[in-house]
Design a protein around this ligand. Structure first.
Ligand SMILES: [Zn+2]
Length: 380
């Protein structure tokens, strides 16, 4: 492994069978996994009024579905738990955190941590419009300020024959956003509606892992659509062969969006006219509509101005401050409140899916700047 510093976050490399992947992950960053579990439990309590035991019990309802989706993922979860000295139930809860937090959507409890400020802006451009003909995908990852402390960079090298993959995200999660060695890259955006959580659906983090385990774009799309999903979300998938498809997940079905003139952006509300369907509607859309429209506009203006796009163009859009502080680069909007529960851009990245490089910034990209890594070369 080269001497790489990803702006101070721990770098974890896991290799082997499903249990070994989890065990190495858990052993490498046990304190960060514990901190992330406690943080998400606190959030569930504040937003949905659920106590610790209730959270673990409710999240456990997803286990049969995960087993049906891919039983190896449960083996890996067991490995993470034992490596970190935590229970299987705690790690299942952590990996169902997206669905669990949606249980608090719209409840507007007095002590809730507003999810309205939570976002993420994803962008993909395919090779027809890029200067080097490569396909890029990336996103800003907007989350709690406290999650800055639980982030890791993780290279996963399975011995099962599926691609290796690399992501930056919270410790203890079976996969987050990033890219795999087959040239599949993803951005993920939380969506919010008044619709239900589907406990017979696959939780988002396992669906993301299904995409990362895919060898081509068709497989990646199938990994999102082949079983019901746990909750509403958006996954933008790009592929090195100049393709990108955005899959909008509803609690009972999915719709796909294709880039327009080789550019696609997505934030935290549905763009497809079929979704969400009556009686469901999007909530928490204010900042999302601005970031979605603005990221799309800025990318097309850059294209019009120069006639081509580069990774620098996406990185510039990710540092944009229009509609500050609820901008594409989100800054903690309520300095008078407790900092750890403030939302901000915790990370931004752009993957070049042909060169398999990632430009990544930890924290607000306007402050930290991007560094370039080649994870499948630098970290092995
Ligand atoms: Zn900024």
């Amino acid at each position: 492994m080269k001497d790489i510093n990803i702006q101070g976050i721990p770098i974890v490399v896991s290799k082997g069978n499903p249990y070994e992947l989890g065990w190495q992950h858990g052993c490498a960053v046990p304190d960060k996994i514990k901190e992330e579990v406690e943080l998400m439990l606190t959030l569930c309590e504040k937003n949905a009024g659920l106590g610790r035991n209730e959270c673990l019990s409710i999240a456990g309802r997803f286990v049969p579905t995960i087993e049906k989706y891919n039983p190896d993922y449960l083996t890996e979860i067991q490995g993470i738990a034992e490596g970190a000295g935590l229970s299987f139930e705690e790690i299942i809860f952590l990996n169902a955190r997206t669905e669990m937090l949606k249980l608090g959507n719209g409840t507007d409890r007095k002590d809730s941590i507003s999810l309205k400020e939570s976002g993420c802006t994803s962008i993909a451009v395919t090779g027809e419009v890029t200067k080097d003909g490569h396909t890029y995908v990336g996103q800003t990852w907007d989350n709690l300020h406290a999650c800055l402390n639980t982030m890791i960079a993780h290279l996963v090298i399975p011995d099962s024959g599926t691609p290796s993959f690399f992501y930056v995200g919270e410790a203890g999660i079976i996969s987050r956003m990033g890219m795999n060695s087959a040239g599949i890259g993803i951005g993920v955006n939380s969506l919010s509606t008044n619709g239900p959580v589907n406990f017979e659906g696959v939780p988002l983090q396992f669906v993301i892992r299904g995409v990362m385990d895919s060898a081509n774009l068709a497989q990646a799309i199938e990994s999102v659509t082949r079983m019901p999903n746990g909750a509403v979300n958006n996954i933008m998938i790009a592929y090195k062969d100049s393709e990108a498809v955005d899959v909008e997940i509803d609690h009972d079905n999915c719709e796909c969006l294709y880039p327009v003139n080789s550019i696609i952006t997505h934030t935290n509300h549905y763009e497809h006219p079929n979704r969400p369907h009556y009686p469901y509607y999007c909530i928490y859309t204010g900042s999302s509509i601005v970031r979605g429209g603005r990221s799309n506009k800025l990318m097309r203006l850059k294209m019009k101005e120069k006639g081509y796009l580069t990774t620098c163009d996406i990185k510039e859009v990710f540092t944009d401050h229009g509609n500050y502080p609820y901008s594409i680069c989100v800054h903690c909007p309520n300095p008078e409140k407790e900092l750890k529960f403030q939302h901000q851009t915790d990370c931004a990245f752009v993957c070049d899916l042909n060169d398999l490089t990632m430009d990544v910034a930890i924290g607000n990209p306007c402050k930290s700047g991007f560094i370039r890594i080649s994870p499948f070369e630098d970290l092995v």
